[in-house]
Structure formats: C-alpha cells, structure tokens
Design a protein around this ligand. Structure first.
Ligand code: ZN
Length: 297
C-alpha cells in the first residue's frame, strides 16, 4: 500500500509552526502496527516538535492511520498475558483509591487483559479495532465494542475511562479527549499510561528511545499532556510511574532492539532457572496519570 501523507498542525495546541526533530525513515514503506517487535518497527514518519507546547508528533503522516489496527493479529502478544495481568493488578490498586466501584471503559482494550482484571472491581467494557483481539476478548466473556471512539455512542456514561499505551496512537487527541469528557459522569476520571519524551531515557537514547516507533504518532511531554487535558476540562489528580511487571524472558525480548546489549543479556535472562522470574520495573518517563473531570459550571 502507499500512503497519502498530510502535514499536521500541533495535535495539542493547534500551532502549525514546528521544528524537525528526526527525518522520515520509512521512505514510503508501510509502518509496522503489530505488537511483536521487529527492526522494522523502528522506522518512523518525520518527527517534529511544537515550539509552543513542547509536544512531539509525526508530520506529515497518513490521515487514516486508524484503519491499520483492524487487521492486527499477533500471537506473540498473548504469550505476555501473565506479565500484563500482574501489572494491571498493581494498576487497579491505584485506581481504586480514586474510584472504588462504578462503570469503566477501556479504550484500545486489545484481547481484554486489563478488562479481565478490572471486571473484579468495576462494571467494565472496552473499545477495540482489531477483529482478532475483539474475538479473543469476547470468547473470555468480556464486553467489547468494535468501534472507533468517535463512533461510539453509549446509552449511559462512565465513571472512569482508561487508555493503557493508547494515547500515543491517537490521530486527533484534542478532539478525542474532548469526546472522552462527554462520555464521563460528573467527577469522572481518565487514567492513562504513556511515555514522556522529555524524560532522561528519551534524552539519553535520542532516536533509539523505545517510543519512537512507526505506530506512535504522538509523543507527549509532561507539559503537553497536562495542557491537552486541562484545555479539555480536566484537572490532574495523580502522577506516578507505571509499574511494569515483567519476566526476565520478556525483558530479554524487549532488549532485542539494542543488539549490542542483547548479546550480553540473552544467555543470562534466558537461562532456564531465571527466565520465569519476574520483577517490577519503574522506568523514568513511563507516565501513569489520572485526571479528573473538572466542574465547569
Ligand atoms: Zn503545540
């Protein structure tokens, strides 16, 4: 397929002024949208920075990128279910401090790993575009709508909406966060996890920072994500570091994108006596944020 690339003004503050940070490395080839990491995932559209709000984003880029998610099917993702579930059990403990019970919507819920944990606490349902992932979630008895956020019109509102590693994929975060506000009850919450492009790992690794992927078209700073939510009627109530729980085998898989390091870690992390051991990693710049819908009147 070939893309129809379009120039995008800043998706957070709307300014069209921009500074080029990294040039396009896809050179017309399709970007990778699957879960399992390959070296092709590192190829990106041109990355630019907004001089006003500090947000970084892909521009020019395809204007209908959401369609790419419909045909994603990736069994490698499923092999990490145990890690995801353990992580989400930690995450839920934080969410419960703000909302002990109520209606929850998980946007971009994939195969429903978060929903299956959330269902013990909340009346939970999800939105997902991948046919494959929706099918898997439904087979587990989870309630998932195969719809884009903007075409989803529920009959009742939610008390919390969650986006785990999703906001960096959104095409129109300003309009989409505004719509999320409309789907929330008074005093409702948004909880999310995404990377901070102004963090130390990002500054040290530059172009090799793990969020620079063809499928990531938004790269927030703490400043730009706060601006996005505050302009759309939210106030920040929690800022933490996302608690990844990972087995050493998964850590090893993630390090495959840094071949020199991978060569050293592979024999250690894949040793039969260590591969299944888990650890909690709190990596600087992995923002875990909760915003509350502010009263406007
Ligand atoms: Zn901006």
């Amino acid at each position: 397929m070939s893309y129809n690339l379009v120039e995008i003004p800043c998706p957070v503050c709307g300014t069209s002024e921009k500074r080029i940070v990294y040039h396009d490395t896809l050179a017309g080839a399709p970007a990778e949208f699957g879960y399992d990491f390959t070296v092709r995932h590192k190829l990106t559209f041109q990355i630019v920075e907004c001089p006003h709000c500090t947000h970084r984003y892909a521009s020019p880029r395809p204007d209908d990128i959401w369609q790419e998610y419909q045909d994603i099917a990736d069994n490698a993702y499923l092999s990490h279910e145990k890690d995801y579930v353990a992580t989400f059990e930690k995450v839920i403990k934080v969410l419960k401090r703000f909302l002990p019970s109520g209606r929850l919507l998980d946007v971009g819920c994939s195969a429903g790993f978060f929903l299956s944990v959330a269902a013990h606490t909340y009346d939970a349902e999800g939105l997902e575009l991948s046919h494959w992932a929706v099918d898997l979630a439904e087979r587990k008895g989870l309630r998932v709508h195969k719809k884009r956020l903007e075409e989803f019109h529920p009959r009742t509102l939610y008390d919390m909406i969650t986006l785990w590693g999703v906001i960096e994929h959104l095409e129109n975060p300003d309009a989409q966060v505004k719509y999320i506000r409309d789907l929330l009850n008074r005093g409702g919450y948004v909880a999310l996890w995404t990377g901070d492009v102004s963090s130390l790992p990002s500054r040290l690794l530059g172009r090799r920072w793990w969020y620079y992927l063809g499928q990531h078209i938004q790269m927030f700073t703490e400043k730009s994500i706060n601006e996005l939510f505050s302009k759309n009627g939210f106030e920040p109530v929690y800022r933490g570091t996302y608690p990844y729980i990972v087995s050493l085998r998964s850590v090893n898989r993630s390090l495959a994108r840094y071949p020199w390091l991978h060569k050293i870690t592979k024999p250690i992390f894949c040793h039969p006596r260590l591969a299944h051991k888990s650890l909690t990693m709190k990596i600087p710049g992995e923002m875990f944020l909760i915003f509350k819908k502010a009263d406007r009147d």
